[in-house]
Design a protein around this ligand. Sequence first.
Ligand code: PNS
Length: 175
Amino acid sequence: MTRAGSPRYAGGMTTLAVVPGSFDPVTLGHLDVIERARNIFDEVHVVVVHNPNKTAMLPVARRVELIEEALREAGLSDGVTVTNWSVGLLVDYCQEVGAKVLIKGIRSEVDVTYETPMAIVNRDLAGVETVFLLPDPAHSHVSSSLVRQVAALGGDVSPYVPGAVSRFMASGDLT
Ligand code: PNS
């Protein structure tokens, strides 16, 4: 059932999905979701979006590089494109590349509460549906904000992030 005035799901056979996020930095939970998305869709675009509600640790270009390196090292690069989007709505990006599906990782009901309004707005705006994927429970406590906090206080983030990120963060130059 579609609400009056709200665009219907516009897709037929969908082979491209967009995995958006701040990825500041990319975590093992993110990699898990990207891998699961790639198992379902032929092509996945990982899109780094600046979230004005969050204080950034890393520049967007660095986040893109670290995701690319992490995917390469995990053998997950095939069929995955990493890019950034900063010029408008996320659904504008989806329309530009012909993506009908967004993917969000759901760790708990807190994520469902946070993601549901965005999913409905993205569908209302452009008929882009959101698919929620459940990461491995081993990652259910992992978030970029936790990693930023542990790193800022001098702790070891290596259990939570890909090697590319822990090496980069250990270098001490977060630019
Ligand atoms: O990793 P995050 O910070 O939870 O990701 C949130 C993000 C970047 C996916 C979200 O803030 C977003 O979609 N921003 C794009 C701006 C937009 O299109 N807003 C209107 C619809 S929600």
